[in-house]
Ligand binder design. Structure first.
Ligand code: NAP
Length: 345
């Protein structure tokens, strides 16, 4: 296994990771971003964004390309098709990020700081038939799969921004979209709700939960059994597609070792984005916070990169002052440097 040394290793090339890369590279620290696919993260699952300030309407892919280009121009390396297996903090305080790369095979990246921006994975309904018909009617990405459902009836489950926005998107292809929500009001933002209610191709079914995905002998979905939670009445919605948008769970599996998190598994950080593991920063959708937007992910990435640079400066000062291999002293000085702030760029 080969070994490479960096100042900052960033896991994930979504908006948080690429913004962190931009700031870290501009601070002249040696920066690499490890991304298992192409740069973009959730941007690649979004057709248009209408809430990225200064862009009233922009393609997710276009923004992803611009983010990556900008981070690279600043000097960050982006290693695509490189899947991180684990990030481990060694006894001497350095991190080992073990990754498998399409081009280079197994590589260990050694660095004093890591910024994990690995995002999240869609939550499953966990109902019978869901896994069986995944890819045969059941999907978690409208931009990826919507085109397969031209003139079909599809069901969307969920009541947040994603479910509402994607119902609207799917209505371009589908003959009808039925949005099934477990309560009698949506969680999604009002502007998205207004657009949804004005869309003649979308019907909202309230107080209803999905119970089972039904399919035929060819292995294709043909219906969804649902239950009204107020009356307990069950019925089948005849639909060939089911899009599930009931939230995300953070991709924290790469972090090896104990870290503080909330009840849902989101990583708790301080206001510098540092987790309870010294030198390990977390930004974007993996972090415990109120909302998950491209803008907030980018903000997290900015803070994490600036804090990581201060942390590195603190470590170097501790070494210069003869802290030697005393990790506790390293951490105290580095963390104090992060807290003190005061580095202008
Ligand atoms: P979310 O906001 O957590 O909403 C999840 C929805 O799924 C809720 O309506 C919830 O119902 C429902 N739900 C959860 N578990 C369920 C289950 N087992 N069965 C049925 N329904 C269930 O998730 P999201 O919509 O994926 O959004 C995630 C984050 O990304 C949010 O912060 C969101 O603002 C952001 N986002 C923003 C945009 C945008 O700004 N355009 C687009 C997409 C996502 P309850 O309401 O009853 O809890």
């Amino acid at each position: 296994m080969s070994e490479k040394n960096y100042d900052v290793v960033i896991v994930g090339a979504g908006p948080a990771g690429m913004t962190a890369a931009l700031y870290a590279a501009r601070a002249l620290v040696k920066t690499v971003v490890l991304e298992r696919g192409e740069p973009g993260g959730e941007l690649l699952n979004t057709e248009y964004l209408e809430n990225f300030i200064s862009y009233p309407k922009v393609l997710g892919r276009e923004l992803a390309d611009k983010f990556a280009e900008h981070a690279k121009q600043a000097g960050a390396e982006i290693h695509t098709y490189t899947t991180v297996d684990r990030v481990t903090r060694r006894a001497d305080g350095m991190f080992e990020t073990v990754a498998e790369s399409f081009m280079d095979g197994a590589v260990t990246y050694v660095s004093p700081t890591v910024i994990v921006t690995a995002g999240g994975t869609p939550v499953k309904l966990n109902i019978p038939g869901e896994l069986e018909y995944a890819g045969k009617g059941v999907s978690y990405c409208a931009v990826c799969d919507g085109g397969f459902f031209k003139e079909h009836h599809v069901v969307v489950v969920g009541g947040g921004d994603a479910a509402v926005e994607e119902s609207d998107y799917l209505s371009r292809y589908a003959s009808k979209v039925t949005l099934v929500h477990r309560r009698d009001e949506l969680r999604a933002s009002k502007v998205l709700q207004q657009r949804l209610f004005a869309n003649p191709k979308v019907e909202v079914v309230w107080n209803t939960v999905a119970e089972e995905v039904l399919g035929d002998e060819n292995g294709l979905m043909h219906g969804l059994r649902v239950r009204d939670v107020l009356t307990n009445e069950e019925r089948v919605i005849d639909a060939t597609g089911l899009f599930v948008f009931i939230g995300f769970r953070p991709n924290t599996g790469v972090i090896d070792g104990h870290y503080e998190h909330d009840a849902m598994g989101y990583v708790l950080t301080d206001n510098t984005m540092m987790s309870s593991i010294p030198g390990l920063f977390v930004a974007g959708d993996m972090r415990a916070q109120l909302t998950r937007q491209v803008t907030t992910a980018a903000g997290d990435g900015t803070t994490a990169a600036i804090a990581a640079e201060k942390y590195i400066v603190g470590l170097r000062e501790a070494q210069q002052h003869g802290a030697g291999t005393n990790t506790a002293t390293f951490e105290a000085v580095a963390s104090a440097k992060v807290e003190a702030g005061g580095y202008a760029h």
